[in-house]
Design a protein. Sequence first.
Length: 142
Amino acid sequence: MRTRRESYWWAMIVGAGLIALGVLGFFYESGFDKNASGSLFGVFEVNGTWNVFHIVLGAIGVTAAMTGWGRWYSLITGWVLIIVGLGQLFVGSEDLFLSAVPAGTGLAVFQIVLGITGIIAGWRSQRELREAGEYQPTERGY
């Protein structure tokens, strides 16, 4: 029986959580314009664009976990979430490509923390594969 790696669980749990966050966000704010902004749980600033982003990212995560791509999902999504979160915190969404989404500190910090945990899960899973002798690097070396 094949054991599940941390990245599998990270992709599955975070994916399901992001889908739930996106769906719940539509109950608070479903508008897609720049000024549409609702507060989910009083912490996360959301609008229709963020809700769709979270649902799509979550669906990709669940699919990645079920198809064996959880490690890549956790690594790539981790970096994307960190970059987006830092951009929201320090640059502001109006100055980035994120002008259609509200810039909230709560959501930005949440994304940074989630990104860091994703990278850790991906790296730890790679180390576990190496120790088990199952890691097969590509011709590029990773």
